[in-house]
Design a protein around this ligand. Structure first.
Ligand code: PMP
Length: 407
């Protein structure tokens, strides 16, 4: 008899393959997270190199104290949305702090970064508008476009020229507007968008530019605002979204805009109106982290140096890396089975990275993806490089092992 789960048979085979090789890479359990760079599985200490904890602030004493104080003051949960239960002073204060940081008049905070893009994109693009998004856009951007009645087109990854062609081909958008959606630094390859060129092309065609700086806020730019600031065009970007779950060491998200009219969307964004607002502790931790971002030159300096060190070390070992040095460094592997085997080997040898496989990756690539933290030391990066080196030496043995496991 058929089952409602039959459609997952191909996926189940892939998970079974991973389990035979080692374990489910998408279901790892840590018994303890000790600090920003160390976790524990059983009695083994693991070097964390795949947590997007870019500034290493999850154990920062001011962020922790702010979160604890918020629980003492306001309790553990908000038990409802801001529309139903009202905003806490901390939600509003964080919005003001972020708006000030970007030098923009409006900022809305959300319960997650995922909901931020769902909310903002679906509110901005109406039936008559047209969305142009980068071919490598994150799932929550794609899902945001699915909540709209707008037609959606993808342009070639990081190609302002292709966007230009598509906008020209489209001609006048009758009674509507173009919304162009890109990211600052892309999460899988760690490559960076030419935001300055996208600003130029988008505005030449009368469109609006939306940038997701989830992986770049806190890391790039003189005051940590992201790639738009780094490239000197922050004041020209229409909308900037981001998350609290990476540099800001918490959970939640935000969208800031240079258009004060963005405020009206609070009354229509369903993933803002119909879900519980972020907890007092999450908001207060993020608020403390924003201050750390603004004064975080020393963190950004260490992160940059560690990225250069790791990129050089892995290149020297002969790994095919996806982009220039950045806090995300991904090595291309020949296929999913090899990547899974190696990912498991690295974990067994004390280093946690991300296994990234299709469909979540660009160019259907299988990747070992590392995200660095400002909390990583030079010795930590040496350990990552050494472990990757040892893995290369163990290649023959690993392949035999895989053949026997998959036989
Ligand atoms: N945008 C991008 C580019 C992301 O990579 C992610 C998550 N990794 C998000 C948004 C969603 O953020 P969150 O985890 O806070 O929901």
């Amino acid at each position: 008899m058929s089952s409602i789960f039959d459609k997952y048979s191909p996926l189940k085979s892939r998970v079974d393959m991973m389990m035979k090789i080692g374990r489910d890479a998408l279901g790892v359990q840590f018994d303890d997270i000790i600090n920003a760079t160390r976790g524990r599985i059983g009695n083994r200490e693991i070097l964390l190199a795949g947590t997007n904890n870019y500034l290493g602030l999850t154990f920062d004493e001011d962020c922790v104290a702010a979160a604890k104080q918020a629980i003492d003051n306001h309790g553990t949960g908000t038990t409802g949305s801001r529309v139903a239960n009202g905003s806490y002073a901390e939600h509003v204060d964080l919005e003001k702090a972020l708006a000030d940081h970007f030098g923009m008049p409006s900022c809305v905070v959300f319960t997650t970064g995922y909901q931020t893009n769902l909310s903002a994109i679906s509110a901005l693009a109406g039936d008559k508008d047209v969305i142009f998004m980068d071919a490598d856009a994150h799932a929550c951007i794609i899902d945001g476009t699915r909540l709209t009645g707008a037609s959606t087109f993808r342009f070639r990854h990081n190609s302002p020229e292709d966007l230009d062609k598509r906008l020209s081909r489209h001609g006048d958008i009758q009674d509507g507007h173009a919304l162009v959606v890109i990211e600052g630094m892309y999460s899988m390859f760690g490559d960076i968008a030419p935001v300055d060129e996208f600003v130029d092309v988008t505005h030449r065609h009368g469109g609006y530019l939306f940038i997701d700086e989830a992986h770049s806020y806190g890391i790039f730019g003189e005051t940590g605002c992201g790639i738009a600031e780094e490239q000197g065009v922050l004041d020209q970007v229409d909308f900037i979204s981001g998350t609290f779950s990476k540099s800001l060491a918490s959970v939640g998200g935000f969208c800031a805009s240079k258009h004060p009219e963005f405020e009206i969307t609070r009354k229509v964004m369903r993933p803002y109106m119909f879900t519980a607002s972020a907890t007092p502790s999450n908001i207060s931790a993020a608020r403390a982290a924003v201050e750390k971002v603004k004064t975080g030159d020393h963190l950004r300096k260490n992160l940059k140096e560690r990225a250069q060190q790791l990129h050089a070390g892995l290149s020297e070992l002969g790994y095919d890396l996806c982009a220039d040095p950045s806090p995300v460094i991904a090595a291309r592997r020949p296929n999913e089975a090899v990547a899974a085997l190696e990912w498991n080997w690295l974990l067994e040898n004390g280093v946690y990275v991300n296994l990234a496989v299709p469909p979540g990756t660009p160019q259907s690539s299988s990747l070992l993806r590392i995200s660095l933290s400002a909390a990583h030391t030079e010795q930590d990066v040496n350990k990552i490089v050494e472990t990757f080196g040892a893995m290369k030496n163990a290649q023959g043995e690993m392949m035999n092992d895989m053949a026997s496991k998959l036989a």
